[in-house]
Design a protein around this ligand. Structure first.
Ligand SMILES: Cc1ncc(COP(=O)(O)O)c(C=O)c1O
Length: 402
């Protein structure tokens, strides 16, 4: 398959009147052209039908989220019962922690990666506090070795050897947002569970980027957003995974709302909460249809392309660009060199004149992103980036005079 085969299904932003070199899918994915049509369909049905659209829209709103479940489950390697689209990422992490972070006097700590995304750090610290624990003492950080950026499994093993019996939950980013390191989710999940720890994953930078097998890997829970590699629009909805082992266990406490209640009796309005089996039972509210429509347009492209094919293409594109970039003196690659330990993101540390380099890239049509203190991130997204994008980017990089 030629790289960028699906590119013409997306709008490519322009800079200086020319197609940009858009390498920012790790932050916000591009708009699929079908989005307007799908969103307009809902706007038209709302105009024509009003409340009747819940049942009689062309895609009825009442079960609308269900139209997305199969595509989403395929993307993360889950059973359909294990996945639901709802809310946004940090909200979902809190809802999942309400169920799966159940600290006791002896086992109350939470392990995260030291460079976890700030929202995750705030979320776990507030959960610890919520339960009466001091975050300073209860949040354990898996850190890189001195002078390194990526994390080593042996360091996690030694933390677990020392504190494994005190750790209640591990929450890690499947692909770290800063370095682009793709963790071995299966191995880490197994390792944590051997110590009796619940293992959850933030897959914001992994879903739609790498191939996942959450069910087979026995992951306890996961959450992700859809505005990065899933191209569903700024601030669009997130999704969760709850392994069937837990999803069918109605004794697990959860924060509840009517959308998680038995569909047959939901509108009876008088019953006690009767949770839907599986991930759907974690829903609270009826979801916003317009972003769901955008997501439907986007996920259809993944259905056609297949995440396995995309990952294969991505790996090939990444080998090419990485091998060239690693020779550049100006930058230091902090994304792992092994193809299995990274997705389609490359993070480069710029020790000198980083901001100037970033401005140079921007002025010359490259849309990338800057992360404090001195990292530029780019993503080569196989759905819409081409070898031509890569070549143009390398040309702009080479033309920087520091
Ligand atoms: C790894 C990671 N976690 C959490 C978040 C926060 O997402 P939200 O604002 O959708 O809650 C982001 C946002 O980019 C992220 O990259």
């Amino acid at each position: 398959m030629a790289h960028g085969k699906y590119r013409d299904q997306f709008y490519i932003p322009h800079v200086n009147g020319k197609e940009s070199i858009y390498l920012c899918g790790n932050s916000l994915g591009l708009q699929p052209k079908k989005v307007k049509e799908y969103v307009n369909e809902e706007l038209d049905d709302w105009a024509a039908l009003g409340v009747e659209g819940h049942l009689h829209a062309r895609h009825p709103w009442l079960p609308y989220h269900e139209f997305l479940t199969k595509s989403m489950a395929d993307l993360v390697g889950a059973h359909q019962s294990e996945v639901v689209v709802m809310n946004s990422l940090t909200v979902n992490l809190h809802l999942l922690m309400a169920s799966f972070y159940r600290p006791t006097k002896k086992r109350y700590k939470i392990l995260i990666e030291s460079d976890a995304f700030p929202s995750d750090r705030y979320a776990v610290a507030s959960q610890a506090k919520w339960h009466g624990y001091d975050p300073k003492e209860s949040i354990v950080q898996w850190r890189p070795k001195q002078g390194e950026h990526c994390l080593q499994i042996e360091d996690l093993e030694s933390i677990l050897k020392q504190q494994g019996e005190e750790i209640a939950m591990i929450l890690l980013g499947g692909v770290n947002y800063y370095t682009g390191q793709y963790f071995n989710i299966e191995e880490i999940t197994k390792l944590g569970q051997q110590y009796g720890i619940i293992v959850g994953w933030d897959l914001a930078h992994a879903t739609g980027n790498v191939e996942l097998k959450l069910h087979e890997w026995n992951v306890d829970f996961a959450a992700w957003c859809s505005y990065k590699y899933l191209n569903s629009g700024p601030g669009s909805l997130g999704a969760i995974f709850v392994h069937d082992r837990h999803g069918n266990d109605t004794t697990i406490p959860r924060l509840s709302g009517w959308w998680g209640h038995n569909k047959q009796t939901r509108f009876g309005m008088r019953d006690d909460f009767d949770p839907l089996p599986g991930a759907e039972g974690w829903q609270l509210s009826n979801p916003p249809i317009l972003p769901l429509a955008a997501m439907r347009a986007s996920l259809e492209i993944f259905d056609t392309a297949g995440i396995k094919n995309l990952r294969d293409i991505s790996k090939r594109m990444m080998v090419d660009i990485y091998e060239i970039m690693v020779t550049k003196k100006l930058i230091k690659m902090i994304t792992p060199s092994h193809p299995d330990e990274r997705g389609c993101q490359i993070s480069m540390l710029v020790e000198r004149d980083g901001k100037q380099l970033f401005e140079h890239l921007s002025k010359n049509g490259v849309i990338a992103d800057w992360r404090e203190p001195n990292v530029i991130r780019i993503a080569v997204v196989p759905l819409y980036n081409t070898n031509d994008d890569v070549g143009r980017f390398l040309g702009v990089l080479d033309s920087f005079k520091d």
